[in-house]
Write a protein that binds this ligand. Structure first.
Ligand code: GLN
Length: 502
């Protein structure tokens, strides 16, 4: 092999396995040793080397017996928000310290059935609430491009691990941007599919009407392979969408009717919402995104101006609906059924209070309080109901846009990754930074982040910038196709942070 094993993405590894250049045991052992060497990143919450090597051995012998399924033997890791039977699950919270699920999340089970090897679990913000992975009870994760910066959140462990070449791919979840934003901050590719495409069974609930799983990897091609295995109807999730299984890798490769060899995106109308390019957008992000848009034009796409007039309102709408649902979902952590229970208490009520006071971190408590408030009698109409009405209008705005364009493009976040600790005492600053990811989340639309360059100057120089692509419902194939064409013409997604070469 000319390239180091850890430089290979999912498709490349699969090819190396198929041609018997490398075995899954070799790849797994190599990545396990890298994991130890990169402990300083804080990405891993647990690793089970013996179990991973056993899975890899099984994959190798299945291959020897003629099994040629594309993901067979590919090592990966899961965000710690997915429950796993063989590994602890904490959702980044002390509340679930020592918890062991009796079953696997559907996404985990499906990837295992496809033959993948699970190295371990990756850090995330507590119950997926956050944008920097600094809300994990187990400490922050560092951005491999600059160890003094956040990797993004809440799937920060997944983003950092993929960026640092610790795993070729990882699972993530996105409620309001938690796949796209860390992908952008850490220079990896991530896709949040249409709400309902991936089962939420066994994904610890934050805001049920928004939560959606998706893959994070180095390329659109790798994401397509993983999404194919992760997605599909699941009768154990009542919001799972009944559709036939999709071959995203095939959709990604399907040429557009007007395509030519030089212009694979010919005829694709890319909508640029003017609200996604405000004056407050960091110049570095603006520059990288516009260069990426120019590249899409070169590939044959037409850029059209569109408008999502309620973009700004998506922040208050999301930060009412998500905490409302969280306050309800998190009521199950009462010291009786799961995880932590206070050691000393006087009666049942005191046990609930002490357990929850000890188990939850400050951001989770803040959201439970906001959620309880907006759902309370007398405030429900003023906040929650209004937010639901606006949510519908935001979704309608997208439908108007999609009469004028096929995909929507813009930045993922207003800035590059910020400094660790830089926004810790300012929750509102974190909330505001979600402005470009929340609209698609509220509408339930698929969205992607594709590496699109680096900040050229200023305070965040050298940090990755992602291009966001948003599609209409079930248009994951169109997003992956556009992202793949972009990645055939650019090499941003191939760049690795310096420490990752070691
Ligand atoms: N940053 C957003 C929040 O804190 C989104 C989180 C997510 O998508 N899980 O809620």
């Amino acid at each position: 092999m000319s390239a180091a094993l850890h430089d290979l993405g999912v498709a490349e590894l699969a090819q190396a396995f198929a041609s018997r250049q490398v075995s899954s045991v070799e790849a797994t052992a190599h990545l396990l040793s890298r994991a130890t060497a990169h402990e300083h990143l804080g990405a891993w919450l647990c690793i089970d080397a013996d179990a991973a090597l056993a899975q890899a051995r099984n994959a190798d012998s299945a291959r020897a017996q003629g099994n040629s399924s594309p993901l067979l033997g590919v090592p990966l890791a899961h965000k710690d928000i997915f429950v796993t039977r063989e590994l602890p699950t904490t959702a980044g919270s002390k509340m679930l310290a020592g918890y062991r699920s009796p079953f696997d999340a559907t996404v985990v089970a499906r990837l295992a059935a496809a033959g993948t090897v699970t190295l371990g679990k990756l850090s995330c913000d507590e119950f997926a609430m956050g944008s920097g992975n600094e809300n994990s009870a187990w400490g922050p994760v560092k951005n491999p491009w600059d160890l003094t910066r956040v990797p993004g959140g809440s799937s920060g462990g997944s983003a950092a691990a993929v960026a640092a070449r610790l795993v070729p791919a990882a699972t993530g979840t996105d409620t309001g941007g938690s796949i796209r934003q860390p992908a952008s901050f850490s220079g990896v590719t991530g896709i949040k599919p249409t709400y309902g495409v991936c089962s939420r069974f066994g994904m610890i609930a934050f805001a049920s009407s928004l939560d959606q799983a998706g893959p994070m990897a180095r390329s659109a091609e790798d994401c397509a392979l993983l999404l194919g295995a992760m997605s599909g109807f699941d009768e154990r999730d009542s919001t799972s969408v009944q559709r036939p299984p999709q071959d995203y890798a095939a959709l990604m490769h399907t040429p557009r009717a007007e395509a030519t060899a030089a212009q694979p995106l010919k005829g694709l109308r890319v909508g640029l919402p003017r609200e996604f390019f405000p004056a407050a957008l960091s110049a570095d992000v603006d520059h990288a995104v516009r260069e990426a848009l120019a590249e899409l034009e070169k590939l044959g796409a037409t850029l059209v101006d569109v408008s999502l007039p309620r973009t700004e309102l998506s922040i208050p709408v999301y930060y009412i609906i998500a905490p409302a649902e969280a306050s309800s979902n998190l009521s199950r952590f009462d010291g009786v059924r799961f995880g932590h229970r206070a050691a000393k208490y006087t009666d049942l009520l005191d046990m609930y209070k002490k357990t929850r006071a000890e188990g939850f971190g400050p951001e989770v408590k803040r959201r439970i309080m906001i959620g309880s408030y907006v759902l309370s009698h007398g405030y429900y109409d003023a906040y929650y109901l209004q937010a639901q009405k606006l949510r519908r209008m935001i979704a309608d705005d997208f439908q108007r846009c999609f009469t004028e364009c096929d995909v929507i493009a813009g930045p993922v976040a207003p800035s590059v990754a910020w400094k660790l600790g830089g926004q810790n005492d300012d929750p509102v600053a974190n909330y505001l930074a979600d402005i470009f990811t929340l609209p698609a989340s509220l509408a339930g639309l698929p969205g992607m982040s594709v590496p699109a360059g680096f900040a050229a100057c200023g305070e965040g120089a050298g940090m990755p910038v992602g291009l966001q692509l948003i599609g209409n419902y079930f248009q994951e194939g169109a997003l992956l196709h556009a992202a793949h064409a972009f990645q055939q013409a650019t090499d941003w997604h191939r760049r690795a942070p310096q420490g990752a070469a070691a």
